[in-house]
Design a binder for this molecule. Structure first.
Ligand SMILES: *[C@@H]1O[C@H](CO)[C@@H](O)[C@H](O)[C@H]1NC(C)=O
Ligand SMILES: *[C@@H]1O[C@H](CO)[C@@H](O)[C@H](O)[C@H]1NC(C)=O
Length: 503
């Protein structure tokens, strides 16, 4: 059932001077804790792996394609994605399991706590372009999980069940999180419902404070063991579990009978630290564990889907990896050289400039995005319009309030108020200084989907773009569950010519 070449072959290649170094799963295998699931949209996790990394689907014709490594063991072929997705939208439909166990992740079904936003109750799929990075200078894309987005496999093979030993790690964006439940990656219920204490063993990242916390104000790496995010022995504060905000974060959770651990590191340098290593929580249900062996990403075991975060790569192993094995894996991750890259493209949208957004949809090309008292709407504006109207259609570009690699748009006539989305409707609101507002007001311009100017992607919901629909402003996805997500005229409605501000 295993189509990939054996680890011995990989070692053989190394011995004969191949430049392909052992991958994380080669290292786990040599440490007697082989990967039973290996997920990454950025790179192969075995030195010899040439198979599927992930599948994407594009909005223009709903066709799919599979993205593979450029060569054995290498970074993903991001150029193939860019070509396939040119002038349209793309979502990640499948994250393949590289381990040979067939434990692929697909769109998560509805669960006990939450029905997903899609009409059939499933969660949303992630944009294929929300989390661009480079690995050793080569472009790749991670999985940007917005609230409502999740992946799952409820029928796995080889994943730890009951109290069996397992390990896991994930490389995440330590700056992308929230306090909702639960941005998880790991072992969960096969029923998408909460079946009780000890039925999960997953990495959690965020600043949820309902159960455990670490030191400082978060975010923290914790373990979702079901009905509790644990930072250590009890679901309370473990001061040894630090606040971690590395742009690239290695998070580790592992468990074996009456023992488990949380570890973490900067994925771009240095080594792992142990945040907890000790006995299981002394609460009924956690010792022994009742792991069920489903795998999830971006959601809680009962499909709680309010959280956000970014996933680049991760694995589950069979067997409890030693700290030494994990040290070698961390060294491999550091050597992959994850680095941030530009979130924008297309015509420059320069911080400090005064701009207008002119619609490009046929029949609306004299219309501009303007505000009335609270909404963002389309208005016909000309050089002879009133100063009031001209100013309502003029915006000052500022550094992105929620991410400095993108931008925010401050109202010309109401300084201190910005374009933000709220329930996907565009509003003009006073900046209240909260993380939520900052993120809702952050947009990443890219080359227009219709080729005419710029399309303005929501930073926090990268499947969604500033769109006019019935002459009102929204952030809309191409064929999502909302009426304003209509695919009809989508590319034109999300494409804007950015011009110099009036007055
Ligand atoms: C999580 O962090 C954000 C940003 O610092 C903060 O606004 C929010 O209140 C925190 N949540 C909790 C539950 O502490
Ligand atoms: C502003 O625009 C919205 C959307 O069209 C509309 O519902 C609202 O009544 C308008 N408000 C004012 C004060 O014109």
């Amino acid at each position: 059932m295993f189509s990939r070449p054996s680890f011995q072959l990989a070692i053989g290649l190394l011995a004969t001077g191949s430049s392909v170094a052992a991958g994380p799963c080669d290292i786990y295998a040599s440490g007697n804790a082989p990967c039973v699931a290996a997920h990454s949209t950025t790179r192969a996790l075995y030195s010899a792996y040439t198979g599927s990394l992930y599948q994407i689907q594009r909005g223009s014709d709903s066709t799919t394609t599979i993205i593979k490594p450029v060569s054995a063991g290498s970074v993903a072929n991001a150029a193939a994605q860019d070509t396939f997705c040119a002038s349209t939208t793309c979502v990640i439909t499948i994250i393949y399991d590289q381990s040979g166990h067939g434990n692929h992740l697909t769109q998560a079904p509805p669960g006990g706590a939450a029905t997903g936003p899609q009409a059939n109750g499933y969660d949303n799929l992630a944009s294929a372009i929300g989390a661009p990075v480079t690995l050793n200078g080569k472009k790749a894309y991670g999985v940007f999980i917005s609230p409502g987005t999740g992946y799952r496999n409820d029928a796995t093979s080889g994943v730890a069940k009951l109290d069996a030993a397992e390990g896991m790690y994930a490389v995440l964006d330590g700056t992308h999180y929230n306090d909702a439940c639960c941005f998880d990656y790991g072992n969960a219920e096969t029923s998408n419902t909460d079946t009780g204490n000890g039925h999960m063993e997953a990495i959690y990242f965020g600043n949820n404070t309902i159960w455990g916390t670490g030191s400082g104000s978060g975010p923290w790496v914790m373990a979702d063991l079901e009905n509790g995010l644990f930072s250590g022995y009890s679901a309370a504060e473990n001061a040894a579990d630090p606040t971690v905000t590395y742009r690239f974060l290695t998070a580790v959770v592992k468990g074996e009978p009456d023992h488990w651990a949380i570890r973490g590191a900067n994925a771009a340098s240095g080594s792992l630290s142990t945040y907890y290593s000790g006995v299981r929580p002394d609460v009924s249900g956690y010792n022994p564990m009742s792991k069920e062996g489903a795998i999830l990403l971006g959601i809680g075991g009962d499909n709680s889907d309010g959280s956000q975060g970014t996933f680049y790569e991760g694995v589950l192993t069979s067997g409890y990896p030693s700290d030494a094995t994990e040290s070698s894996v961390q060294a491999n991750i550091v050597a992959a050289k994850y680095a941030a890259t530009s979130l924008t493209s297309g015509p420059a949208v320069t911080v400090g400039s005064s701009i207008t957004f002119k619609a490009t949809t046929p029949g609306y090309t004299t219309d501009y995005l303007a505000h009335n008292s609270t909404n963002i709407i389309l208005e016909v504006v000309t050089s002879s319009s009133s100063t009031t109207l001209q100013q309502q259609a003029t915006w000052t570009v500022v550094t992105g309030l929620g991410n400095s690699a993108c931008v925010s748009f401050e109202s010309k006539d109401t300084p201190g108020s910005y374009i933000r989305h709220f329930n996907f409707v565009l509003l003009i609101n006073v900046n209240d200084g909260t993380k939520q507002f900052h993120e809702d007001a952050t947009f990443c311009p890219q080359t227009a989907l219709n080729g005419d100017g710029s399309s303005i992607r929501s930073w926090s919901y990268p499947t969604r773009y500033i769109r006019h629909f019935s002459e009102v402003g929204y952030i809309a996805s191409n064929g999502g569950p909302e009426t304003f997500d209509s695919t009809t005229s989508f590319n034109n409605d999300v494409s804007w010519v950015i011009g110099t501000g009036f007055s």
